[in-house]
Design a protein around this ligand. Structure first.
Ligand code: 48H
Ligand code: FE2
Length: 252
């Protein structure tokens, strides 16, 4: 006999165990787009305790739509090894241009991330930061529907040694620092220039404030660097670079 209340208890107990288990993290990643998920994968692989907080119901950020809804993503030579690392299939379109199915990219990365031990909390929005002694030391979270409805419900807090802003074009987490005068105004990304945009995404991946790293489009938005359109190698390489740098710092 199936009991509704047992189904309910299974969900509630299991979810709250996960939540309690992720209150204190090495790294809290905000945004489950390509750069955030790749960062999470390499961090977990390196032994860090990491969780991702995603405001939408679905993970994947901008991966699903490829270019203008043509659900294919292009990756260049420099990032091909990351497709291989995840076991994502691709075809060589022309020398140096690899094309993969966007749905395979999103689902395969997400699956690997979750199986590497990372909990992805979806439908949870990061609405602020914990800042102590001039260092980001956690995130402030709330249910997305609460924020969408404009309900006056106070948030909860997750403690983290490092936070990564992987929120894409809006650089939502860095904006919390701008609001407090702790970071200068964010210009947003520049006009399309794929070659430069891709290079600079990786270059701009860095610790922008003690305890806060930025990846992907957020990194370029902060630097005012060009957008690159539906090529994703820079996003993957950015996530991996942030993970490598943070792992080094966690060990020292
Ligand atoms: C929780 C949040 C919050 C919040 C946002 O946009 P994304 O896919 O981010 P990236 O940087 O990994 O990838 C960018 C890529 O998708 C892209 O847009 C490219 C390559 N554009 C080029 C161009 O020319 O336009 O994912 C960000 C994720 C999303 O899932 C958001 O819902 C989520 O972050 N998010 N989650 N709390 N406050 N804000
Ligand atoms: Fe975009």
């Amino acid at each position: 006999m199936l009991r509704e209340v047992t189904i309910t208890r299974a969900i509630v107990e299991s979810y709250y165990r996960d939540l309690l288990n992720n209150l204190e993290l090495d790294v809290a990643i905000v945004g489950a787009g390509p750069s955030g998920m790749v960062a999470a994968y390499y961090l977990a692989k390196g032994g860090a305790k990491v969780a991702i907080f995603e405001k939408k119901l679905s993970i994947g950020g901008g991966i699903w739509g490829g270019g203008m809804g043509f659900n294919k993503v292009v990756v260049q030579d420099e990032a091909r090894e990351i497709l291989d690392e995840f076991g994502i299939r691709y075809e060589e379109f022309e020398k140096g241009y690899y094309v993969a199915d966007a749905i395979e990219v999103a689902t395969t990365i997400a699956s690997k991330v979750v199986k590497s031990g990372v909990k992805i909390f979806n439908m949870i929005e990061v609405e602020d930061l914990v800042i102590k002694d001039n260092r980001v030391s956690g995130i402030v979270i709330n249910w997305t529907p609460v924020l969408m409805a404009g309900l006056h419900v106070d948030p909860l807090t997750i403690e983290a040694k490092y936070v990564i802003d992987s929120t894409g074009h809006g650089a939502q987490v860095a904006q919390f620092l701008v609001k407090r005068g702790l970071l200068k105004e964010i210009p947003g990304e520049g006009a399309m220039w794929a070659e430069q945009g891709e290079k600079l995404t990786v270059k701009n991946t860095r610790e922008v404030f003690p305890g806060l790293y930025v990846t992907g489009m957020a990194a370029n938005a902060i630097a005012g660097a060009p957008r690159m359109g539906p090529i994703f190698g820079g996003m993957f390489l950015s996530g991996r670079k942030a993970a490598q740098e943070i792992l080094k710092k966690l060990k020292s």
